[in-house]
Ligand binder design. Structure first.
Ligand code: HMG
Ligand code: MG
Length: 284
């Protein structure tokens, strides 16, 4: 039986959000439209966060309005609170993501809220999304390390994952935000997390600061995870995680898992073109 791996393309959001120079809406739309031809089932294209906090994502509604939607692709948006949810709903995002942290330091830095305060803000978002029939994905950041608090205990991660599950998230993406996780520590984290949620409802989201992202994907594959977030061209990082590099590159993950015998359904020639386009957008 052929085993499938899904890559959830996050380049237009996680890849671009950290770019200091403004990127035009047209350029963002062109990137999404090219990615829509690559065979992805889900692409994260927007982020309805405060434009004061992440100026690069300010044009998210225009991006969602301007892209050519390919039937069958879910175009996703981040929503930290009700204001963000209302923006995503108006812009017709197909799914939304709430994003919390396993560590207190990053929660405060990224959301200006403690972990408990952030969960309280997510609850009405999850409820409103359910009422509107919009699927909600959950992110848990800092699953091994926090830029402010240091090493994160696996139990803190499993607790955060359980909270996302209880809010009704259909899938929880485990973010190595800093990109310094080692396979051993990712494995220990997964031991704790898998007590709360089945591997079929988990995704891996590895930034690649220390060059271990593919090793961390291997460990996750061995634990049964089959969904991985990645960004074309390896762009990205979080403006509120100092020292973090980009997401693991989609083109590398796609080739890596194909070499291991997994099917991705992706057209690598399109992805390579999109990676070139994305890298070019960095320095315009
Ligand atoms: P705050 O300052 O505490 O919010 O920020 P507030 O409610 O006091 O509002 C302040 C101002 O922001 C107000 O405007 C609000 O209207 C506005 P003002 O009256 O000053 O003109 N505002 C908004 N505007 C647009 N959309 C909204 C929104 N909410 C408030 N949704 C807040 C709290 C959550 C807004 C802020 O902390 C924020 O935007 N944080 C987002 C940070 C972010 O986007 N980080 C990157 C994404 S996370 C990530 O990259 C990690 C991930 O990839 C996984 C991983 O790698 O681990 C997902
Ligand atoms: Mg990220």
């Amino acid at each position: 039986m052929v085993d499938h791996v899904e890559i959830f393309e996050v380049g237009p959001r996680d890849g671009l959000q950290n770019e200091p120079k403004p990127i035009t809406t047209e350029a963002k739309i062109a990137l999404v439209d090219l990615l829509s031809q690559a065979g992805f089932g889900r692409i994260e294209v927007a982020s309805f966060v405060s434009p004061k906090w992440v100026p690069q994502m300010a044009g998210s509604a225009e991006v969602l309005a301007g892209i050519t939607r390919v039937p069958g692709i879910s175009y996703a948006a981040l929503t930290p609170n009700m204001k963000g949810f209302e923006g995503a709903l108006a812009a017709k995002a197909d799914e939304i993501a709430i994003f919390g942290s396993a560590s207190e330091g990053f929660s405060k830095s990224n959301l200006n809220a403690t972990r408990a305060e952030a969960l309280a803000r997510f609850a009405p978002v999850a409820e409103a999304a359910k009422a509107a029939g919009i699927p909600v994905r959950g992110y848990v950041s800092c699953v091994t390390d926090c830029p402010f608090d240091g090493a994160v205990a696996p139990e803190d991660v499993s607790k955060a994952v359980a909270s996302m599950r209880d809010l009704g998230c259909y899938e929880v993406s485990l973010g190595d935000t800093l990109g310094r996780g080692t396979p051993e520590r990712v494995d220990a984290m997964l031991t704790a997390v898998l007590r709360e949620l089945d591997a079929s409802k988990l995704a891996g989201h590895f930034h690649d600061t220390a060059g271990r992202a593919l090793d961390n994907i291997d460990v996750s594959l061995a634990r049964g995870l089959r969904v991985f977030d990645a960004a074309v061209g390896g762009l990205g990082g979080c403006p509120y995680a100092p020292g973090a590099a980009g997401n693991v590159a989609t083109e590398r993950v796609a080739r890596h898992v194909a070499a291991l015998g997994y099917q991705t359904g992706l057209d690598l020639s399109v992805i390579d073109k999109a990676a070139e386009l994305a890298r070019g957008m960095r320095h315009v």
